[in-house]
Write a protein that binds this ligand. Structure first.
Ligand SMILES: Nc1ncnc2c1ncn2[C@@H]1O[C@H](COP(=O)(O)OP(=O)(O)O)[C@@H](O)[C@H]1O
Ligand SMILES: Nc1ccn([C@@H]2O[C@H](COP(=O)(O)OP(=O)(O)O)[C@@H](O)[C@H]2O)c(=O)n1
Length: 242
């Protein structure tokens, strides 16, 4: 008798939905991509979508601090996210936006754009549609995934880390003068966290039923291992109640 064995790297959970939230530099993107790749899940970077809409606003001469102008244009750009964790992609009106959305100009404008309710409503709907259609399950990362976008997720993880650790990680990614200016990186991070946590609509927040993981003293590999274990447990729980 022949027995077919699935050879996924780990036990691939059936259509499990995972929400990963937290402030900037806590390791959301790196962890989410690695966990999704290991478990054969899809991956959605919602921060990239907020950055993409911000990039479009800047390119189209819209004052990002004029909430009415941003709201009026919120439906205009076509944003498409590719959800393979090994090669995530994002396009705006058909153009590859993965490079330009990481510029300092976009980073400093994104919190103002993401605070506009019409922008959030549009992207929340898009994110739910992508999560619903992810047949293999999905890891979705952002700021309000566990609280607002996917409140029924099978697992919610809230990553934290000290501002010092986060600034050191971020400045390791920068080049030239920006890389050496750790104090300025830290200040910009803390300012963006405050704006994201303080906005009225769907602020950065830990869901009451989220597992909090402080990554300050952990390597990326340790964080990934911890979250993989949490996903496997959640998938077993979901299987028991299905
Ligand atoms: N536990 C960790 N220890 C050290 N560096 C890390 C850790 N997690 C992530 N990093 C690094 O920190 C930077 C920011 O991580 P990222 O995943 O982009 O965070 P976020 O998505 O939360 O902003 C990346 O360069 C990443 O490689
Ligand atoms: N679900 C989300 C994800 C991101 N965002 C906004 O998008 C910005 C960029 O998100 P990001 O995940 O790319 O930021 P980093 O943590 O990578 O610096 C955040 O600072 C928030 O203003 C949001 O409002 N809600």
């Amino acid at each position: 008798m022949f027995v077919t064995v699935e050879t996924a790297a780990r036990t691939a959970p059936a259509a499990v939905i995972v929400a990963i939230d937290g402030p900037s530099g806590t390791g959301k993107s790196s962890t989410s991509k690695a966990v999704a790749a290991q478990l054969g899940l899809q991956y959605l970077d919602t921060g990239a979508q907020y950055r993409a809409i911000t990039w479009w606003m800047l390119n189209n001469g819209i004052d990002v601090h004029d909430a009415e102008a941003v709201a009026a244009a919120a439906d205009k750009p076509a944003i498409i996210s590719g959800t393979d964790p090994r090669t995530p992609t994002i396009t705006v009106d058909g153009a590859d936006a993965s490079g330009p959305i990481r510029t300092q100009q976009v980073t400093s404008a994104v919190s103002a754009v993401s605070a506009v309710p019409e922008v959030r409503a549009r992207l929340t709907e898009l994110q739910r549609t992508i999560a619903r259609s992810a047949e293999r399950g999905v890891v979705v990362e952002g700021r309000d995934i566990g609280t607002t976008v996917l409140p029924d997720a099978d697992l919610k993880v809230f990553l934290t880390a000290s501002a010092e650790a986060r600034a050191a990680r971020r400045s390791g990614e920068l080049t030239g003068k920006e890389a050496t200016d750790l104090a300025a990186t830290r200040e910009a991070l803390v300012k963006r966290d405050a704006a994201d946590s303080g906005r009225k609509t769907s602020p950065l927040a830990k869901a009451a039923d989220a597992d909090e993981v402080d990554t300050t003293e952990l390597t990326l590999e340790q964080v990934v291992e911890c979250v993989v274990t949490l996903v496997e447990k959640a998938a077993r729980r979901a299987g028991q109640t299905a």
